[in-house]
Design a protein around this ligand. Sequence first.
Ligand code: NAD
Length: 498
Amino acid sequence: MSTIGHLINGRVVTEGGRKQEVYNPATGAAEKEVVLATKATVEEAIACAQAAYPAWRDTPPIKRARIMFKFKELLEANADKICELIGQEHGKISHDAAGELQRGIENVEYACGIPELLKGEYSKNVGPGIDSWSEFQPLGVVAGITPFNFPVMVPLWMYPMAIACGNTFVLKPSERDPSSTLYVAQLLQEAGLPDGVINVVNGDKEAVDTLLNDERVKAVSFVGSTPIAEYIYTTANANGKRCQALGGAKNHAIVMPDADIDNAVNQLLGAAFGSSGERCMALSVAVAVGDAAADALVSKMQAAMADLKVGVYSESSNDFGPVITAAHRDKVVGFINSAEADGANVVVDGRNPEVAGYEKGFFVGGTLIDRVTPQMDSYQQEIFGPVLQVVRVNTMEEAMALIDDHEYGNGTCIFTRDGEAARYFSDHIQVGMVGINVPLPVPVAYHSFGGWKRSLFGDLHAYGPDGVRFNTKRKTITQRWPSAGVREGASFSMPTMK
Ligand code: NAD
């Protein structure tokens, strides 16, 4: 059984620490093991990042950018291996893994523009002979803590920009599928990064708590479930760190009476069941406005779902793979059971899918549940599985109120042909990322990603322009060079330009 270790100061370290099994969710077998870092191991990684910081901070941005250009080339050249590692441990199908990698690469491309992004702001003659400018300086050691569902993309939201800004980094990936994350960080090392600038420590709560409590760590980016996001945010803040903590979601799609239902069905299929619904932007609730729209949606969706193919990652004709663990499969099935017990109608039942040759895999088939109500547990909580629930309402206002009342506010979408309704929706809905006939409105790398309400704790969104701000602190300098012999007297009033 191979052992997955840490990347510390440019070296892969596998000795020491507790170990945990890493499963192939398609076979249900533990095929690898990962070393869980002790407090001492994480402290060593932080010390290496701290030692690498002064020289990296002073490395010209154009040189940092060149390493990012090389990194992008290596990611593209090694795409097949990266997707294979994602598939083995996460289970997502190769075409979906390739999409995840591409989205990650686009964040590296954005970081390649760091000389432009760090130009700062300059004002000449803010007073007689006085110039003023703002510059954006790195923070020091930055930490990232990431979830299982995007083992390559979410880390790439974080460290390319943090490092391009002049910080050094310690990443704590998900212990459930760590290989692709570690391999990608090794590629950045290979691209020419000095030792200690990127470090990866695998581990669990012990590793996370060490990062949160060490005063050398100046900022923490987190992506994961809401209870942990809240814990990370409050602890990091109490310890004086800058923090952005992105949490869970329950993304609703409104299907208006005038929507092109065939198009909505196609879009919902991919957005609800792609990646087994294990995306924080997955559309997990369809809110149908009026019974006619609801009936059409449910019957067309039911018919389309007959063709869904669930299976192993390496067969590219499959639509989606298993969920991450046996425990998670049981949780997803538990939500389907509870919706049924609460009176909802399970129209397509994915509780016992047949996947020939992979009988022990953690599979749940595509599931469609109609007549779900907001009181149901399956509606209130994030399921994070291939389950689409349909809630029936009478008006668009009712649909919007439902979305606004939910504790999460990550993504949402409206399917309609009515521009006025779409504009009203996007203007007023209390959600951070909105799609109009676009089911997965994940912002491109040169915008920023973030939900509202309990889907994000912190002020700045992830990556894009907010990523530059998160990873730097503003310094504003005001300068005057008095002419020889010209001296002003002391003034005790507040300096103004009046
Ligand atoms: P998770 O919260 O279980 O784990 C995320 C990270 O936190 C992992 O690195 C894990 O090791 C660590 N962690 C877990 N328990 C901890 C504890 N008690 N103390 C300290 N650290 C702990 O999340 P997950 O199951 O890996 O990922 C799925 C969740 O992530 C879903 O809720 C999903 O919506 C969310 N997610 C959100 C976004 C977003 O951008 N908002 C993106 C992807 C995933």
